[in-house]
Structures are given as structure tokens and as C-alpha cells.
Write a protein of this length. Structure first.
Ligand SMILES: C[S@@+](CC[C@H](N)C(=O)[O-])C[C@H]1O[C@@H](n2cnc3c(N)ncnc32)[C@H](O)[C@@H]1O
Length: 189
């Protein structure tokens, strides 16, 4: 079923092991160029918390996830951290932020869910709010370990974000192999 892989204790433990050497350091360095240190930042889908810990060294970061297993792990390992239970699609929060970051999280949203998320992100950002999101680069969709994965290219991302965000950059980068990923940085219109 959609999303189950991130929801059970066993699979969350497996994912944490598998992803232990992966982090978004290079992406966060790009974000740092457009979003000043100490800004209020929301991370979507913090998962194991690897990127949250890097972001926490620079920003007033709030982590979030829609998986209670990941939230348990995040809270247990970062007792001073702030973590919200949030679905990246609906983003039901009264808080506002200066930036929103995610690393390979919006890949799990279908196009109509992405559209809803993007609109909601613009609502919970202050003026000139910054977004920084990574995607798998490619065509079409697939189910991987029971998880829905939506591949993106530059043209599709421009179309999806254009109503709400000025796109500052869309760059290819290598997660596991050359040009397998895209990083989008945008500013609220
Ligand atoms: C690839 S992991 C992110 C890893 C994270 N960037 C890190 O530093 O390790 C994807 C995360 O997105 C979360 N996720 C997937 N769909 C979501 C949704 N609709 N709303 C919120 N979180 C979601 C999963 O529970 C998982 O924790």
C-alpha cells in the first residue's frame, strides 16, 4: 500500500540503515546562498533526521513527517528539536516560515498532490519565502518498495511551481549517479 514502507518500525529501521551515508549537505549549501542563517525553516519529511541535523546547525529549523514511526525516532534522538506531525500535501499548521526544505520527499506526491502542496507552501511562507526541494530526475512514475515515486524534469517542475513561485534555479546533481537528481530553489511570488 502507498507509503507503508515509511510507516512500520521494521521498515523505518531498515531505511535508517540503508540511508545512513546519504545526506543533503550540498543542497543545504545552495540553500544557504539564498536563505540567511537563523531564518525560520520548515523541513518536510525529516525521516531519519540526517538533513534536519545539518539544517539545525544553521537555521531555526522545525522538522516534520507524516510517519509516526519516524517522528518517534526523530524526537528520541533529538530531544531539543521541534518536530510537527505534518502531511506534506495538506501542511495543516498555523505557523509561518521563511523557508521550506525537503530532500526526496515531494517525489512521493502525485501531480495533483504536488499542486496542493505547492499552493499550501506558498500560504505558510512569509513574503519572499524560499523553497528548496530535491527530486529524482526522469520520466513517469513507479512503485519502489511499495512507495509511489514521481520522476520530474525541468519543464514539468517549472509548470508545477510557476503559479506560486519565481524559480531561482533548477540544477541537476548526482545522488548515486550523474544527473539522477534535480534541485529546485524558488522564491514566493
Ligand atoms: C527519503 S526520506 C527523507 C530523508 C531525509 N531528507 C533525511 O535527511 O534523511 C522521505 C521521508 O518523507 C516522508 N514522507 C513521505 N510522504 C510524505 C508526506 N506526504 N508528508 C510528509 N512526509 C512524507 C517519509 O515518511 C520519509 O520520512
Amino acid at each position: 500500500m502507498k507509503g507503508d514502507y515509511y510507516k512500520t518500525k521494521a521498515s523505518v529501521e531498515e531505511y535508517i540503515q540503508l540511508a545512513k551515508d546519504v545526506n543533503g549537505k550540498k543542497l543545504i549549501e545552495k540553500l544557504r546562498k539564498v536563505l540567511p542563517a537563523r531564518s525560520g525553516l520548515l523541513e518536510l519529511g525529516s525521516g531519519p533526521g540526517t538533513d534536519w541535523r545539518l539544517l539545525n546547525e544553521i537555521y531555526q529549523v522545525t522538522g516534520s513527517d507524516n510517519s509516526s514511526e519516524f517522528l518517534k525516532h526523530l524526537r528520541a534522538n533529538n530531544p531539543h528539536g521541534e518536530f510537527f506531525e505534518l502531511d506534506a500535501i495538506t501542511l495543516e499548521t498555523d505557523h509561518t516560515f521563511e523557508g521550506i526544505f525537503s530532500n526526496k520527499v515531494m517525489i512521493h506526491l502525485r501531480d495533483e498532490e504536488l499542486q496542493a502542496s505547492i499552493k499550501r507552501q506558498s500560504q505558510i511562507l512569509g513574503p519572499d519565502g524560499i523553497i528548496c526541494h530535491s527530486f529524482w530526475k526522469g520520466e513517469g512514475t513507479e512503485i519502489f518498495k511499495g512507495l509511489f515515486v514521481n520522476y520530474q524534469n525541468e519543464k514539468r517542475l517549472k509548470k508545477l511551481f510557476d503559479n506560486n513561485f519565481e524559480i531561482l534555479s533548477i540544477e541537476s546533481y548526482a545522488e548515486f549517479e550523474a544527473d539522477d537528481s534535480l534541485l529546485l530553489i524558488g522564491k514566493k511570488k
